[in-house]
Design a binder for this molecule. Structure first.
Ligand SMILES: CC(C)(COP(=O)(O)OP(=O)(O)OC[C@H]1O[C@@H](n2cnc3c(N)ncnc32)[C@H](O)[C@@H]1OP(=O)(O)O)[C@@H](O)C(=O)NCCC(=O)NCCS
Length: 130
C-alpha cells in the first residue's frame, strides 16, 4: 500500500537516500550538503510516495502554481519502479498546480523513453544557461 503526500517535510538525508536507491544520485549534487539542503527547503511543491515509513518516490518542483512548474527531480526507488508511482507523482503534481500550468523538465538519459508514456512531448526550443 503506497501513501502519497503533498508538501510533507522530508530532510536532506531522506532525499539523498532515495536518490541513491533510485539510481539518480550520480546526476544530482548529493555531496554538496548546502545545495541539497536548499533543494529540499526551498522547493515550492514536493509530492512524495511512502511505503510505511520509507520514502519510495519523490517529485520535487519549482513553480508559480499558475503558468509553469519545473519538475526538477523525479525519482522512484528501484524496488518500486514500474508500479505506477512515477506516473502518480506527476499526476498529483499536475493536480496541485492546475490545468493551465505547464510541467517542464529535463530528462536523464535513462528516462528519455519514459516521458512519452506519461504525457510529455520533447521540445527543441529549450535553452540552458550553465
Ligand atoms: C523514470 C522513473 C521516475 C519512472 O518511474 P516509475 O514509477 O518506475 O514509472 P511508472 O511505473 O510510473 O511507469 C509509467 C509507464 O512508463 C513505463 N516506463 C517506466 N519506466 C520506463 C523507462 N525507463 N522507459 C520507458 N518506459 C518506462 C511503464 O512501463 C509504464 O507504462 P504503461 O503506462 O504503458 O504501463 C523511475 O524509473 C526512476 O526513478 N528512474 C531513475 C531516476 C530517473 O532517471 N529519474 C528521471 C530523472 S529526469
Amino acid at each position: 500500500m503506497i501513501r502519497y503526500a503533498v508538501n510533507e517535510t522530508i530532510d536532506a538525508d531522506q532525499f539523498v537516500d532515495l536518490l541513491n536507491r533510485a539510481g539518480l544520485a550520480p546526476r544530482r549534487p548529493v555531496h554538496d550538503r548546502a545545495c541539497v539542503e536548499g533543494m529540499v527547503t526551498h522547493a515550492d511543491l514536493t509530492v512524495t510516495a511512502w511505503h510505511d515509513d520509507l520514502l519510495v518516490g519523490v517529485a520535487r518542483s519549482v513553480t508559480d502554481y499558475s503558468y509553469c512548474c519545473y519538475v526538477s527531480d523525479l525519482a522512484v526507488d528501484r524496488e518500486y519502479q514500474r508500479t505506477g508511482i512515477g506516473k502518480r507523482l506527476l499526476d498529483l503534481t499536475g493536480e496541485q498546480v492546475g490545468p493551465l500550468c505547464k510541467l517542464l523538465l529535463f530528462s536523464a538519459p535513462a528516462a528519455e523513453s519514459y516521458y512519452p508514456h506519461v504525457g510529455f512531448a520533447s521540445n527543441p526550443n529549450g535553452w540552458v544557461r550553465e
